[in-house]
Design a protein around this ligand. Structure first.
Ligand SMILES: Nc1ncnc2c1ncn2[C@@H]1O[C@H](COP(=O)(O)OP(=O)(O)OP(=O)(O)O)[C@@H](O)[C@H]1O
Ligand SMILES: [Mg+2]
Length: 338
């Protein structure tokens, strides 16, 4: 029965690196980070917590609750979600409860991992709570018709995982998940500095290198300016600087990007021939933060021999898709799971 006190619904993409929460009147996008005080009260969440990361002292506990695209620290993830919902509703009490909450979930997840996500959502006592597979959400967010029989190849390079899915008739016909994504790229960059220059750099510095001069293909235009990187000499312990250009990053990311290409080819190999024929026509739909790497379209087109469409709003396709489903639950009832 319709309950007048249950007045709100929201959708959420609790991502490895970014959480996007969509209510009826706004979208809140915040990094998936939280910092606790020594007494376990919340010091900061989202953007503010991310700014504090790797700069905290021993009285503060910084936590990144998601790993490999799923909840790794349940209590912290629950608190993060609660704080973000509070933020989105501007501190208004949600005592009266929620109508419907839909959350994205990676396709390749275990029952235990989904259970954790459901439990984190159930703290809001929603009238209804549903999960939606992220590759389907990403396709909807990219304005693709997922219900028709024509196969579509979706590649979502997120922070924790890359999901590669061939979808048709509202389902997933072939699939590959690899734990190579944005965090791996950052780690590759840090390792490179450590091994080659005996220089330690922070996570955020590595991410800035990736964003500012990150590339995966030589022929890019415009070419980004060399970047000055600050870090610490691992032998003497004193602060040092060194500069890096996009060509060096191409070299650093080579192995990881090849692994993703290999995953795409494997997904194509395991999919039925009729769908492969469709994809030959329609190409690859690329989304997630990793889709923003310079030269990725040209590189994939050359190496995989398919057209590549890079999502214009790569950081929000999943969240747009889930929000669209929430607004049209009748049409999409078949793809929602409990
Ligand atoms: N311009 C950019 N170039 C390259 N990488 C970028 C850029 N902007 C953001 N990223 C990276 O994208 C990743 C975050 O992407 P996204 O928000 O799609 O992931 P997520 O949804 O949080 O993670 P997952 O889907 O694995 O749960 C981060 O690793 C971030 O560093
Ligand atoms: Mg994601």
């Amino acid at each position: 029965m319709f309950n007048i006190f249950r007045h709100t619904s929201f959708s959420v993409d609790l991502g490895n690196n970014n959480t996007l929460l969509t209510t009826s009147d706004k979208v809140l996008a915040q990094p998936s980070y939280i910092v606790f005080n020594a007494n376990h009260s919340v010091k900061a969440v989202g953007e503010e917590a991310f700014e504090m990361f790797e700069k905290t002292h021993s009285d503060l506990l910084p936590v990144k609750p998601m790993r490999d695209g799923v909840i790794a620290e349940f209590d912290s993830a629950s608190v993060l979600l609660r704080e973000l919902v509070n933020k989105a509703y501007g501190g208004r009490s949600f005592f009266s409860g929620f109508n419907h909450i839909i959350s994205g979930v990676p396709y390749y997840t275990s029952e235990v991992e989904r259970r954790a996500l459901r439990d984190a959502l159930d703290q809001f006592n929603p009238g209804k709570r549903s999960l939606l597979f992220e590759p389907l959400a990403a396709a909807i967010g990219m304005d693709l018709n997922i219900q028709e029989p024509e196969g579509k190849l979706i590649v979502d390079i997120g922070g924790g995982i890359t999901e590669i899915a061939i979808i048709s008739l509202s389902g997933v016909a072939a699939f590959q998940s690899i734990k190579v994504a944005g965090d791996t790229f950052d780690m590759n960059i840090r390792d490179h500095f450590r091994r080659n220059y005996k220089m330690a750099i922070g996570h955020r510095t590595a991410e800035q290198i990736k964003i500012n001069v990150g590339a995966v293909w030589e022929h890019i235009d415009p070419v980004p300016q060399r970047l000055v990187v600050k870090g610490k000499d691992m032998i003497t312990g004193i602060p040092v600087v060194r500069s890096i250009d996009h060509r060096e990053v191409i070299f650093i990311l080579e192995k990881s990007i090849s692994a993703i290409e290999h995953g795409i080819i494997q997904a194509l190999e395991t999919c039925p021939p009729e769908l492969a024929a469709d994809i030959y026509q329609s190409g690859i739909y690329l989304t997630g933060g990793g889709a923003l790497l310079r030269g990725i379209k040209d590189r994939f087109e050359k190496n995989i021999q398919l057209d590549v469409h890079v999502d214009e709003h790569a950081l929000s396709s999943v969240s747009r898709g889930i929000a669209h489903v929430l607004a049209n639950t009748k049409k999409y009832a078949g793809i929602l799971i409990d």
